[in-house]
Design a protein around this ligand. Structure first.
Ligand SMILES: [Fe+2]
Length: 193
């Protein structure tokens, strides 16, 4: 049985994300994906497979299972990427950022701009691919699982992630989260180089 993973209290990201947003986002959407997935894979070949394998094996063949498995993975990952009073990246991640973007501030600016180009519901990722950092936007439930891109960070761009706090101002949500709430230590721990 899969469960929705989030390891902090619903107030920890205020004022950038309210407890109301966290309650709805986690309690209704995220938990919903876990429950639906458990129900869909019961007594199927996907039962007992790791979540990443379910995503890879259901992609393009079983859209309902793929959508719920991917959304479960994406939300588990999203919460891990967020942290109040985040610190700046250091070590290898900072070296890569400085090498490719010139500075951490320019990197943040580019991530915010890139995420803002996403049309409709989806996710904005920071990935490592062939030793380089890249930004990647994916629609709906899609993610980099099964590709050469290795996920380091993600921002949820579905309306349910920001509408209670930011209404239709998605750009402000993206800017506030990327600037104030990313757990760069977690992102760096995922580097493979
Ligand atoms: Fe979400």
């Amino acid at each position: 049985m899969f469960s929705a993973q989030m390891e902090y209290s619903d107030q920890v990201l205020e004022p950038f994300l309210s407890s109301e947003t966290i309650n709805f986002h986690y309690g209704k959407h995220h938990v919903g994906y876990a429950n639906t997935l458990n129900s869909l894979i019961k007594e199927t070949e996907f039962h007992k497979l790791p979540l990443e394998q379910i995503i890879i094996q259901s992609r393009s063949k079983h859209p309902k299972i793929f959508n719920n498995a991917s959304q479960l993975f994406n939300h588990n990952f999203y919460w891990k990427c967020l942290k109040k009073a985040c610190n700046a990246p250091s070590g290898k991640l900072l070296s890569l950022i400085n090498k490719q973007f010139g500075s951490f501030d320019k990197f943040l600016e580019d991530y915010i701009t890139f995420a803002g180009t996403m049309f409709g519901s989806g996710w904005s990722w920071l990935v490592e691919e062939n030793g380089k950092l890249k930004f990647l936007n994916t629609s709906n439930a899609e993610n980099p699982i099964g590709s050469d891109a290795h996920a380091l960070c993600v921002i949820d761009l579905w309306e349910h992630a920001y509408y209670i706090d930011y209404r239709n101002n998605r750009a402000d949500y993206i800017s506030k989260i990327v600037t104030n709430c990313i757990n760069w230590n977690f992102c760096e721990s995922l580097l493979t180089i």
